[in-house]
Design a protein. Structure first.
Length: 297
C-alpha cells in the first residue's frame, strides 16, 4: 500500500513550529512505542536544531515491553534521552520532569555565567504526529483536563502555551506529518496507529497488511483473540480456488473466519470485509490483540 497524507494545514503548523522553536529551551517529542521509527517526524530534528530533545515513547502499555526496552537502549547509544510511558497514567511525571531538568542544566549554567541569578522556567516545545497522545500527556501532567483530546488526528488546532509550574512551561503544537513518507511500510504503520485519516484509506488492504505483519512477529495473536484453530484455518485455505492478484491467501482466510465469528456478514451470509477490517484494526489500536510492536530498532 502506498499511503501518503499531508493536508494543507500541516504546512502552516510546521511553519509555526519553525517560528516558535526560537522561544524554547528544549523539544519534547512524542512517538508511538509500537512503531518508534515510523512515528518519528524527520522534520523535528531539523526544526529543533541544537536544542536538547527528550523522546517519549507513548502508548508503551500497548507495545511489547521487551521490544520497547530495545528501543530505549538504542536511543541511549545514540546519546538521546528516551522514556517509555502511558500518557493516561501519571506515574511518568517524575521521570519526565527529572529528564527535562537534566537536559536543561546547560541552560541554567549559561544563565548563571551571564549573571542571571533568578531561575527562569524551562520552556519546552512538545510535538509529535497526529493522534500520538500529546493532549492526554499534557492533561496528565497538569492533573486536569486542559487540552482537548480525541481518538482521531487533528484535535489540537494551534500553538498554545501551558504553564505546568513555576519551573516548567510547555508550548503545545498540532500533530504534524511530513510531505512524503520514505517507504510503504512507514505509511502503513502510521495508518495502523490512527495518525492518518481513516476516510482516505482502503481499510481492507490495511487489515491484510496488519495480518501479514502479525503472522511474522506475533503468530498466535489472531488465533488467541478470535479463537481460531489450525483446522479452521486449513479449511478456509482449501476453500479458495483463486484469490485476487496480490492478496495474501492466508490473510484473506483469517478475515473470512473472523468475519463469520464476529457476525460481519452481508446478505447471503457473505463476509463483510470492510466491517471485519475496521473491527480488527480497532482491536489492534486498543490493545485487544495483545501488546504488539510493529518495529524493532
Amino acid at each position: 500500500m502506498n499511503i501518503q497524507w499531508y493536508p494543507g494545514h500541516m504546512t502552516k503548523a510546521r511553519r509555526n513550529m519553525e517560528r516558535d522553536v526560537r522561544l524554547v529551551d528544549m523539544v519534547i517529542e512524542l512517538r508511538d512505542a509500537r512503531a518508534p521509527y515510523s512515528t518519528e517526524n524527520p522534520d523535528i530534528k531539523r526544526i529543533a536544531g541544537n536544542r536538547k530533545r527528550l523522546i517519549l515513547l507513548n502508548k508503551a502499555d500497548l507495545a511489547d515491553p521487551a521490544v520497547t526496552k530495545e528501543w530505549i537502549a538504542a536511543y541511549k547509544k545514540k546519546g538521546l534521552e528516551a522514556i517509555a510511558l502511558d500518557s493516561r497514567n501519571r506515574d511518568f511525571i517524575g521521570s519526565v520532569k527529572a529528564a527535562a531538568a537534566r537536559l536543561s542544566e546547560e541552560k541554567r549554567q549559561r544563565d548563571q555565567a551571564r549573571g542571571i541569578t533568578e531561575q527562569r522556567p524551562v520552556k519546552a516545545l512538545i510535538c509529535g504526529i497526529p493522534n500520538i497522545g500529546k493532549s492526554t500527556f499534557i492533561n496528565s501532567v497538569l492533573g486536569k483536563a486542559s487540552a482537548k483530546t480525541g481518538n482521531k488526528p487533528g484535535v489540537t488546532k494551534g500553538n498554545q502555551w501551558i504553564t505546568v509550574s513555576n519551573e516548567f512551561m510547555l508550548l503545545d503544537t498540532p500533530g504534524v506529518l511530513w510531505p512524503r513518507f520514505e517507504s510503504e511500510e512507514v505509511g502503513e504503520a502510521l495508518a495502523l496507529m490512527g495518525s492518518i485519516n481513516d476516510d482516505i484509506l482502503n481499510i481492507e488492504d490495511l487489515c491484510i497488511r496488519l495480518i501479514e505483519r502479525l503472522r511474522g512477529s506475533y503468530p498466535e495473536a489472531l488465533r488467541l483473540r478470535y479463537d481460531i484453530s489450525e483446522e479452521e484455518l486449513d479449511r478456509a485455505l482449501e476453500s479458495y480456488e483463486t484469490v485476487p492478484l496480490g492478496v495474501d491467501k492466508e490473510a484473506l482466510s483469517y478475515m473470512d473466519i473472523i468475519a463469520r465469528k464476529r457476525g460481519c456478514l452481508r446478505r447471503g451470509a457473505e463476509p463483510d470485509y470492510e466491517r471485519c477490517a475496521r473491527l480488527m484494526i480497532d482491536d489492534f489500536r486498543n490493545g485487544r490483540l495483545g501488546r504488539i510492536s510493529l518495529e524493532r530498532p
